[in-house]
Each structure stands twice: as structure tokens, then as C-alpha cells.
Design a protein around this ligand. Structure first.
Ligand SMILES: [Zn+2]
Length: 257
């Protein structure tokens, strides 16, 4: 009775009518799509558990004129421990929220799908570790890993959407920028090699060579390799601040993470 079946990660949902929900899901085969779950807001809803945010499921759909309707869901991975840990739950929500806004409609990307899967798996593992060992020193290390994992996923998505800043050439004279320790980055433009003072009202910030290097690592390397990165906390702060500004410029609203 279904028209098609697809593997998805549930990103978020909205209420619809009295008992329904509209879901934004990232499908391995079809990219970001919106689908409707009839009756998923009822207390006893068989479908609902396979459609909870973060869950990875195989879903069955019937083609409809407006939104395709979910007729069944098989849970592939629930990431249960992650959902039970409030800190990671909030962090995961914030990440999927931003990713949801960044992803283009209906464009599949296997690499991003896998990265998203790896990200959720990593958060779930961190949540399990925390359950077993709740020491402060351990927590710092876990927070560090989860933040880098988040940044890794976000930069991969930014790169894919085509909003990746150009670090190699000057935004004003287009010449290749000579290597130095600190670059001047003009928001919504790019690197200023020093050739122009007329950068208008755009926000200017210092960007260290190391930050750019880390961003390139995050884009190109597997999320599980971030444990190998050695970053000082001031570098991480700069990276987070820069990422926030770039994201806000893309989604045109405030971003919290
Ligand atoms: Zn220049």
C-alpha cells in the first residue's frame, strides 16, 4: 500500500491539525523532505516512535498532492541514551535545527547523511560514557569532543550548500592571499589582504591561520577523527564565534549553540 520506502533521520516536527504532525526529515535517497504523519499526536500512536527527532528509520510513504503521507516506520537506530541525557539532547536539537535550516529541499547527499548519522552515534556514545563515569575532568573532554563534532557536521553542511568562505583569495583584489598568522576577515565579503580600507559597515574580525586550518580539517575529515585534533580553548572560542557569524549570515537569524 506504500508508494515508496526511504531511510531517514528525523530532524524536527510541527503540529498539524488536531492529531497530526508535519515532519522534516533528511532522506538518504531524496534529501530533505517534509512529510505528514496522520494521528501521530494521539497518545497511542504506533507511528510516532519511529518518527521522533534524531531517530533513524526506514519509512514508508504514499505520494500525495501536497505532502507525502507516512504509512509505516521501522526504527533502525533510536539513539536512546542521547535522548535521555538533557545536555546532549539540547545540543543535538540545536544542531539538527540549524542543519534543518541549511539543507536544501530535495537534494540527496550521501556524505552529509553519513556525517549526520556519525554525529548522532558519537553523541549517544558520549552520553553512555557520561552515565558510566561522571567525573568533572572527563566531562570537559566530552564537551570538547561534542562541540567539535557539532562544528564538523555544520562545516560539512556549510561547504555543501555553497556558502563556504573563500580563504585563499582576497575578496577585494582577488589576489592569492600571502600566508600569515592573522587574517582580516570581513563578514559577508571574505579575506581582506590589506589592499582596501573601504570595507564599509561590515563586521571585521581577526582570523588566525590555525582557525582556517581547523575548519578545513572539519570539512574534509570524518567526524570520528576529531578526537585527534589538539585545539587550545582560545582557538576553539574563535572558531565557534566565527562559525556563529557565518551561520547567522546564511540563515539570516540568530543562531544559538
Ligand atoms: Zn586584496
Amino acid at each position: 500500500m506504500s508508494d515508496y520506502r526511504t531511510e531517514v533521520i528525523i530532524l524536527k516536527y510541527w503540529k498539524s491539525k488536531e492529531y497530526d504532525r508535519i515532519y522534516s526529515v533528511f532522506s538518504r535517497e531524496h534529501g530533505k523532505i517534509r512529510v505528514v504523519g496522520i494521528g501521530t499526536r494521539k497518545l497511542v500512536a504506533k507511528l510516532a516512535s519511529g518518527l521522533e527527532p534524531f531517530t533513524r528509520s526506514d519509512i514508508f510513504l504514499v505520494k500525495c498532492r501536497y505532502l507525502d503521507r507516512v504509512t509505516g516506520a521501522i526504527v533502525l537506530r533510536q539513539y536512546k541514551t542521547l535522548k535521555q541525557d538533557l545536555d546532549y539532547l539540547i545540543e543535538g536539537r540545536r544542531t539538527t535545527d540549524i542543519v534543518e535550516r541549511l539543507l536544501p529541499d530535495g537534494e540527496a547527499n550521501e556524505k552529509i547523511f553519513v556525517a549526520m548519522k556519525e554525529y548522532l552515534k558519537l553523541l549517544n556514545t558520549l552520553a553512555k560514557d557520561k552515565e558510566e563515569d561522571n567525573k568533572i575532568e572527563k566531562k570537559e573532554q566530552q564537551d570538547f569532543i561534542s562541540q567539535l563534532a557539532q562544528l564538523s557536521l555544520l562545516w560539512k553542511v556549510i561547504y555543501w550548500t555553497g556558502y563556504f568562505p573563500r580563504f585563499s583569495n582576497c575578496a577585494y583584489c582577488n589576489k592569492k592571499v600571502a600566508e600569515k598568522e592573522v587574517y582580516q576577515f570581513v563578514l559577508s565579503q571574505g579575506i581582506n589582504c590589506g589592499c582596501t580600507n573601504h570595507t564599509g559597515v561590515d563586521l571585521k574580525l581577526d582570523l588566525h591561520k590555525n582557525t582556517i586550518k581547523i575548519i578545513k580539517f572539519l570539512v574534509t575529515q570524518d567526524i570520528n577523527l576529531i578526537k585527534k585534533l589538539k585545539i587550545e580553548s582560545k582557538d576553539l572560542q574563535e572558531l565557534k564565534q566565527f562559525t556563529k557569524l557565518i551561520l547567522e549570515q546564511i540563515v539570516e537569524r540568530r543562531v544559538i549553540f
